[in-house]
Design a protein around this ligand. Structure first.
Ligand code: FAE
Length: 542
């Protein structure tokens, strides 16, 4: 059944099949190279390089491959395709091991306590190239995915398209007609976005938690909405009937899903490798970028999964695309500018960073409102208070899948927070530091408070203070949705071409100026589709 839903060849193109086969053989043979595309000529030069394998990168590599351009993708994380000793590729949130975190001895989950006890985070042994990273800055922890597929490996799969009016406000220079008629539908189709069957949503015990929160929101006069997802809800129904191995019903999500989710390695990246023109190098981190006469030269560090440095090398390219994510891309370009490797880069690099207004909170329900022992980790509903003129919020109803009845309703709210962070280059440590003051999170908290105070008032409930250390009602000191740092139209032109240099492009969430009003990966994907279509049409030679 697993194979039927996830890899049914009747619904799969030959190209995707070829790409998936390349992933499988790389995993079987423990290779750190997926695909065999080779450029003619020098071994240390390739026409195009794409840094990272997240959303922006995956789109870019596929379209480059289709255009016949030999492309190498460089990914600092590993390929997640081979089962470990327990027969599973990923570990669950309930029994995390070294696969969970990027070079850490302990997990760093966003909910850090339960009943005020320090029981959530666990020791996970020897540091390893795990799938989830938390980049800690003063007052802000940024969660990102590490591995082939970037954030798609660890995210909740929620795939909403932003409201058009807000999109137009955030990115006024982008033709919204073209985005909503062409690129958003294309992104949705390519990512495999689906919606839960409403009859299933209404009857299944695994979404009781969502229905309880929805009822409370409606009692308080708020609207709710169903959020599309890239998780296969038919698979979920089979999980519930125990016909297939469980994933969403086995507490799997932020440390990876073993089944059910259409992560990028199963969609865009498989298609990209399947073109025969794209190769992915894993466990390879780009540390520096400079220019030479034929284009750009990258300094690479190759590690093994235990973090041991195996090799330092250089790779040249004519066209360079940065898709290392908001923090990764910003750091690489900031370093290049500040070390005078690429001194003409825009002064705007490092600015316009935001959290998409992320804030997490939880409510304590009455004893007659249980949220369920068995909860799907894949969210499907949100409270939509976006039209509030003072405190707009779009709050995803999140699960708390710990296998016990908790009577807790959990939320990750996306709010409008006008505050922006700025990265500066720390020469002593050779890294980008984020300047974000604790108070800059307050507008997010105020919007979430306006929404949840009202729900608590009407339903006679209170906040749970036991889930976030420090007895807090709200946690806005971390984010899942880092956006900005190399903003479209400022650090780049209106199509992601870095200002000051030719053939240098930004293609990921760093283009979006800090906020998009919904979970961001569909927008990142659609924007990357739009930008690469223009770049291929006007800038590139095969
Ligand atoms: P991203 O996916 O972060 O990919 C960047 C890649 O570049 C990563 O694989 C890095 O390992 C790699 N990289 C970075 N630096 C280097 C370097 N120097 N050399 C080589 N490789 C490098 O970028 N969004 C939604 O829309 N819906 C959700 O349900 C959702 N849930 C989330 C849950 C969690 C726990 C997290 C962490 C995020 C969630 N997000 C969600 C956010 C979403 O995953 C994120 O916006 C996108 O993944 C960002 O895509 P990018 O292409 O910008």
């Amino acid at each position: 059944m697993t194979a039927l839903i996830e890899t049914d060849p009747s619904v799969m193109s030959r190209r995707r099949f070829t790409g998936l086969a390349a992933f499988t053989s790389a995993a079987t043979l423990s290779l750190t190279q997926i695909g065999t595309a080779r450029a003619a000529g020098r071994r240390d030069f390739v026409p195009a390089v794409v840094i990272g394998t997240g959303y922006g990168s995956a789109v870019t590599a596929l379209r480059l491959g289709e255009a016949g351009i030999t492309t190498t993708m460089l990914e600092m994380g590993r390929l997640w395709n081979k089962p470990g000793k327990d027969g599973k590729i990923f570990c669950s949130t309930l029994t995390p091991d070294s696969r969970s975190m990027w070079f850490n001895r302990r997990t760093k989950a966003p909910l850090d306590t339960f009943l005020w006890l320090n029981v959530v985070n666990r020791d996970i042994g020897t540091p390893y190239a795990g799938v989830l990273d938390r980049i800690d800055f003063p007052n802000m922890g940024v969660y990102v995915g590490r591995g082939v597929g970037g954030g798609s490996l660890v995210n909740g799969g929620m795939a909403p398209t932003p409201r058009r009016s807000y999109f137009e406000q955030v990115l006024p220079q982008v033709n919204a007609d073209q985005m909503y008629k062409r690129y958003f539908p294309l992104a949705n189709r390519m990512l495999g976005v689906t919606t839960i069957d409403p009859r299933y949503l209404e009857r299944t015990p695994v979404y009781r938690y969502a229905r309880v929160s929805r009822r409370h929101a409606h009692q308080a006069g708020f609207k709710t909405t169903v959020i599309p997802n890239v998780y296969d809800f038919r698979y979920l129904q089979c999980e519930e009937r125990r016909e297939v191995p469980r994933s969403a019903l086995a507490g799997e999500v932020i440390y990876g899903n073993n089944h059910g989710k259409q992560s990028l390695d199963k969609t865009y990246l498989a298609d990209a490798v399947g073109t025969g023109k794209v190769t992915i190098q894993t466990l390879t981190r780009v540390t520096a970028i400079r220019q030479d006469r034929s284009g750009y030269v990258l300094t690479l560090e190759k590690i093994d999964a235990s973090g041991k440095l195996l090799q330092r090398s250089e790779l040249g390219c004519r066209y360079l695309f940065l898709g290392a994510g908001s923090v990764g891309t910003t750091e690489l370009l900031l370093r290049a500018r500040e070390t005078d490797a690429l001194p003409n880069l825009s002064e705007s690099i490092g600015t316009g960073w935001g959290t998409n207004g992320n804030v997490m909170t939880s409510r304590a329900n009455h004893l007659w409102d249980p949220t369920g022992l068995l909860q799907s980790t894949i969210p499907t509903l949100a409270i939509d208070n976006w039209n509030d003129p003072v405190h707009p919020a779009f709050a995803e109803i999140a699960p708390l899948p710990i296998g016990l009845e908790t009577w807790a309703s959990l939320y990750l709210a996306i709010t409008v927070n006008p505050e922006r962070g700025r990265f500066s280059y720390n020469a002593a440590k050779d890294r980008a530091d984020l300047n974000w003051g604790a108070r800059q999170s307050n507008p997010s908290i105020a919007s979430a408070r306006a929404l949840f105070d009202k729900i608590n008032r009407v339903t006679g409930t209170t906040y749970r203070r036991d889930l976030f250390s420090g007895n807090r009602e709200f946690a806005a000191d971390f984010c899942y949705h880092p956006l900005g740092g190399c903003v479209l139209g400022k650090a780049t032109d209106d199509y992601g071409r870095a200002r000051g240099y030719r053939n240098l492009y930004v293609t990921d969430g760093s283009l979006i100026p800090g906020s998009i009003g919904v979970n961001p990966f569909v927008t990142i994907t659609a924007l990357a589709e739009r930008n690469i279509a223009r770049v291929i049409a006007t800038d590139l030679r095969a």
